[in-house]
Design a binder for this molecule. Structure first.
Ligand SMILES: [Zn+2]
Length: 187
């Protein structure tokens, strides 16, 4: 951030008095521009024993497989956002949603809220950000071609629960393995 979005003046980066970390500060209008984590909402779309994955059409990790997910919009509930992202990326509708995983990703200042839920039908199609959308049985999940560590973690928790016969809410902190991209990855 270089310029103040209120008055256009050049910003200074420093620790304001009474604070404990650097902020972007405008010396003309005195606004402090706080930057805080973004919330990403997504789904695990189920159809019988299969899950719907999307192959990314955009960087980073273009060509890799992921679950439908993206940034929560202002004035939107997490569940509505998760449904919207599923519609946008996979052209799919879900019936009921259940909270499944809440992950911190402090290395990119994001929080992920993932829901699971059944597809309303097999009517789905790739949206603009997807090359391909398809159902995978557990044995066919492309583990070596998953886009992000958080997707791998979510799927591992999912199949672990399903194989144990009981779904629960998972929480945790994602640390990317070496080689995984460290930049924000959701559009
Ligand atoms: Zn200003």
């Amino acid at each position: 951030m270089k310029f103040c979005s209120h008055c256009g003046a050049r910003l200074d980066q420093r620790i304001p008095s009474g604070d404990d970390r650097p902020r972007f500060v405008c010396d003309r209008c005195q606004t402090i521009h706080y930057q805080n984590p973004k919330i990403v909402v997504g789904t695990i779309p189920e159809w019988d024993d299969q899950l719907l994955l999307c192959r990314r059409a955009i960087e980073p990790r273009s060509g890799m497989w992921t679950l439908p997910a993206g940034y929560l919009e202002n004035r939107e509930t997490m569940m509505d956002g998760a449904r919207r992202e599923t519609r946008e990326e996979a052209g799919a509708e879900l019936t009921t949603l259940a909270p499944f995983a809440l992950f911190d990703l402090p290395f990119i200042s994001q929080v992920y809220m993932m829901f699971r839920g059944p597809l309303a039908s097999t009517d789905y199609h790739p949206g603009q950000e997807s090359l391909e959308v398809r159902l995978f049985a557990q044995a066919d999940i492309p583990w070596n071609d998953l886009a992000f560590a958080v997707v791998r973690e979510t799927l591992e928790c999912y199949f672990s629960d399903r194989n144990n016969g009981q779904f629960k809410l998972h929480t945790g902190t994602i640390v990317p393995p070496p080689g995984m991209p460290r930049q924000p990855h959701c559009q």
